[in-house]
Design a protein around this ligand. Sequence first.
Ligand code: FDA
Length: 307
Amino acid sequence: MLASFFNTAVARAIAHVPRPLVQKISRRYIAGASIAEAVVRVQALNAQGFTATIDVLGEVTRDLAQAQQTADEYQGVLDAIHHHSLRANISVKPSALGLLLNAQQCETHIAALATAARRHGNFVRMDMEDLQCTQAEIDLLQRLRANGHGNTGLALQAYLKRTYRDIEPLLGRHNNLRLCKGIYVEDKAHLVEGARHDRHAINSHFLHHVERCLDTGTFVAVATHDEALIEQVIAAARRRGGETAPSGLEFQMLLGVCEPLRDRLRDRGYPVRIYVPYGQDWHGYSIRRLKENPQLAGYLLKAALMG
Ligand code: FDA
C-alpha cells in the first residue's frame, strides 16, 4: 500500500524533473538522438552476443508529413543495418506512421519498409499500442501478410482479455509474434483479473499465449524482464523440445533494463534481442521508463531537489 502510494507520487513528480537531468539518466535507456549513435550501440550489443531491434522514438503523429518523415527515418535505419552488417531488425509504431490519421497511407509506409527489409532478409515488427489501435493493427498485419509481406509481425499484450481471441488467427508456422505484458493505462474492464495492481497477475495469461505459439510452431519473442515468468517459459519450451534452446523462441528486453538477467540468459544459450530506441523524441520515452522504475526515478528526484 505504502509502496504503491510512493510509486504514484514518484510517477507524478517525475514529469517536473529538469530535462537535462532526465537526458543524463536516459543515456542508459536510449542509444542517442541519431542513427549513427544507434549503430554504435547495436554494434556493441552484437559484439556481446545480442541481436537488436531498433525503434525510432515518437508515438502519435500530428500530421501525415510527420508520418512520412518517420517512414524515411526507418528507411535510413534499414540501410544502416545493411551497410554496417548489424544483426538487427526494426520495431515500428503504426500510429507514428499515421495509423490514426490515414490507415491506408500507414499501410503503404509499412509495406515499403517490409519490401526494403526483405531485400536484405530483414524483418519489420509492429509494436502494439493502446486499445484504440489494437484492432486496426491486427487488421493491418493481416493485410500486409496477405499482400506478400511475410516478413512482418506484431506484438500482443497479455494484460488484455481480448488477446485470447486476437491471437488465434495470427498463429501458424510462418508467423512471428512478440508477447509482452502491456504498457498502456487501459480501462479495468478490458484487463485480465488483477492486472491493474499486480503485474504478476498477468503471468499465467502470458504463459498461456506463449504455449499457444509453441504448440502451433509460431515464432515467439518473449518480451519481459520478469525472471519467474522467463523461467516458466523456459520450462514450457523444454517440455516440448528437450534441453536445447528452441529455435522458435527468443527473449527480448529493453536497452539498459535488467542487464544481469539478460546476460545470464545469453550465457545459458538463449537468443536475446535488445530493443534499442533512439531519436529526438527522447524525453517522453525516458519519462515512461522512469515511471516504471520508481527506485531510479527516486534517485533522480533526489538529485533534482538537491540541485
Ligand atoms: P514487470 O512489469 O512485472 O517487471 C518485471 C521486473 O522487471 C520487475 O522487477 C521490474 O522492476 C523490472 N522492470 C520492468 N521494467 C523496467 C524498467 N523500465 N526499468 C527497470 N526495471 C524494470 N508494451 C506494449 O504495450 N506494446 C509493445 O509493443 C511492447 N513492446 C515491448 C518490447 C520489448 C522488447 C519489451 C521488453 C517490452 C515491451 N513492452 C511493450 C513493454 C511491456 O509491455 C512491459 O510494460 C514492460 O516490459 C515491463 O513489464 P515486464 O514484462 O518486464 O514485467
